[in-house]
Structures are given as C-alpha cells and as structure tokens.
Design a binder for this molecule. Structure first.
Ligand code: NI
Length: 196
C-alpha cells in the first residue's frame, strides 16, 4: 500500500508529496546530535536510551503479522522486518566499536555496506523475534560495559576511515539516536496505517 503523505494547500487542493515530508518519513526524529564531550548526566541519559531500546523495538512490532512486517516503512524503504534485523546488524558493530575503542589506541574500525547486509537472506526472511532476542542479550552486555567503564574512556577515539576520528561519547550519542530513529520508523508506519 502506497503511503504517500499529501497535504492540503491553502486552496484546499491536494499537493504532491514534498521533499520535506519524505525527509520526515526518513528522519522522523531528525539527525543525530553527536556533540562531544557529553556531560555525565547527558551520557547517562543516552546510555539509558540504549538500555531501553530492545523493549521499545519489541513493543513497536508487537502483534504485527507477516504481511505487515514485510511492508516498507516508507515508499522505497526497508520493510519492518529488515529494519529490525538492521538494528541488530548495526548494534553488533557498535558493540565491537566500543570494545575496540576502550582497549586500543584510536583503532581503525571497519565500515560495512549496511544496504547490502539488509538484502542478505536472513534479514529478508527470519522472524523478527530472532533479532529481538539478540538485541536483548547484546544490549545487556553493552549497557553493563558502558555504565561500568571509567568516564575518561568516553574521550578515547575510534578512527572511521571515511569520517575520521570519533570520540566514544559521539558513538554513544550515535547509537542512542540510531535505536530511536528506527523504532520511530516502525511506530510511524503503524500510526499512518492505523495498525493498532
Ligand atoms: Ni540504521
């Protein structure tokens, strides 16, 4: 089902979808704020957000049938199923990036082709529950690590070959945002489709 967002102009006529509404579908919570360094309270809040993600994502997809899970969250976008498996793909990389950054001096991290990963068969076919369980375990370990390392560790850096150096504070912000960003793709679709 097409889910173009149309708005009424001042004369009451339907207008074509605008770039801004497409942007709204793609970036429902805006872009990541990766200012660095974070104040201790801000960092704790963002780590809390990472901790909350698995349950939020589980709630976002609760009760959806296979046809709904295989619906793109926006025209031309990934399906809900692909979004959930992508979050697991991405956060496995996050876990490794934190661990490299906490234990090595400005390690070079490995970018990956996230779009190509999302086309792999497990992402397209497996039940979302598989990745929800993976995220439960992964985030439990990641959050324990993030809440327990010395605060100074968040000023350590990783080196991204395309984007340059990033502090671990920026990585915390990036992945706190990332989970909320994709959860909002699913909750936004549910709302627009009237799936309750
Ligand atoms: Ni993503």
């Amino acid at each position: 089902m097409e889910m173009t967002q149309r708005t009424l102009n001042s004369h009451g006529a339907m207008t074509a979808p605008t770039t801004s509404s497409e942007q709204d579908l793609r970036y429902p919570i805006g872009k990541a704020d990766t200012k660095t360094p974070l104040a201790a309270g801000e960092r704790a809040q963002r780590i809390d957000s990472i901790a909350a993600l698995p349950a939020q994502l589980r709630k976002a997809v609760a009760g959806l049938n296979d046809a709904q899970l295989d619906t793109p969250y926006r025209p031309g976008g990934w399906t809900v199923r692909q979004v959930v498996h992508h979050v697991a793909d991405s956060h496995m990389n996050a876990f490794i990036r934190f661990r490299l950054g906490f234990t090595e001096d400005n390690p070079t991290i490995k970018p990956y082709d996230e779009k190509a990963w999302t086309e792999l068969p497990d992402n397209r076919h497996l039940p979302v529950e598989i990745s929800l369980q993976l995220l439960d375990s992964l985030h439990e370990r990641m959050v324990h690590m993030l809440r327990s390392v010395p605060p100074a560790y968040f000023q350590r850096t990783i080196f991204h070959p395309e984007n340059g150096p990033m502090t671990l504070d920026a990585v915390v912000s990036m992945y706190a945002w990332h989970g909320q960003h994709h959860t909002a793709h699913v909750t936004g679709l549910r709302q627009r489709q009237g799936w309750s």
